[in-house]
Design a binder for this molecule. Sequence first.
Ligand code: TRP
Ligand code: SF4
Length: 336
Amino acid sequence: MSEPKEPRLPPRERVFSGMRPTGRLHLGHLLGALPNWVRLQEDYDCFYCVADLHALTTRFDNVAGMKADGVEMVADWIAVGIDPERSVIFRQSDVREHSELALLLGMLVPVSWLTRVPSYKEQISELGEHIATFGFLGYPVLQTADIILYKAGRVPVGEDQVSHLELAREIVRRFNGLYGPVFPEPRAILTETPRLQGLDGRKMSKSYGNTIDLADDAETVRKKVMSMYTDPARKTLRDAGHPEACNVFSYHSFFEAPPAELDEIDRACRAAAIGCTECKGRLADRVVGMLEPIQKRRSRLMTEPGRIEAILEDGRQRAQKVASEVLGEACEAIGI
Ligand code: TRP
Ligand code: SF4
């Protein structure tokens, strides 16, 4: 019998993706990763992972609340339409195989491959030298383990993760070259993320405190929208506005104001015929309306005590079944 040339693949192609548990998700996520994750459920078996080990790489000295952050995040996933029956939703640290495969992959990954990943130096200069740990250097190795432990062929990610995916493919080629074709090379599905600015015009990020969260109630949304920066040239109601320079206007457009209304706001703003307060009021209505069905689902979930934990436990079992098989294959190929 000749040696197989191709990895053994699952019957239906798999998708893997993860997010570090940062707590409640915000509107940026609603325009970015999440709709893609929801859509992919139609055509793939999806594995969506709370990447708490990855969070530890930069949060090892600030672990309080990490479990709760994961639970909040999963509640948001489900509220926007990730279906825990169809997709496997689980916590990375619950499936120990991730750590073991990462260790094995670490044996064959040259350190120089890791130090040249752009995000390595970027993150250190942003967050400080203290995150330059062994674990942080190995971030992309762990991410590779995540993906290939399920033989996932497709990985929805944002632009910032593309270099990690390239590295994952290199690691797979090296593994397969050394030990035989166990893993398929994962391919990225690039998520186009419109750059949604935060309330203050900087990038929307929890660490800047400038987010509108999916879980914000109507009153909070209204207050936050009213605090948004607008066209700086428009000091009074009588000044003509410039919608192209106004964050409120981009929100109207990102959150799908009908073209006719967008046009009307554009013209009224330029003619100083609409005030910013009214314009923001309309935006608040739009955002509140959009969040309403999400929040209905979310509060239903959260009123059942232990519901999210039960979903994560079910996910752990389903993930582990696959992970232990694939890890077994990898160990057999290595000969350990
Ligand atoms: N590193 C990813 C991020 O910060 C999260 C992540 C962990 C991930 N494991 C993954 C993404 C596997 C895709 C596939 O966004
Ligand atoms: Fe921005 Fe609307 Fe004010 Fe024009 S009217 S500057 S679009 S908030």
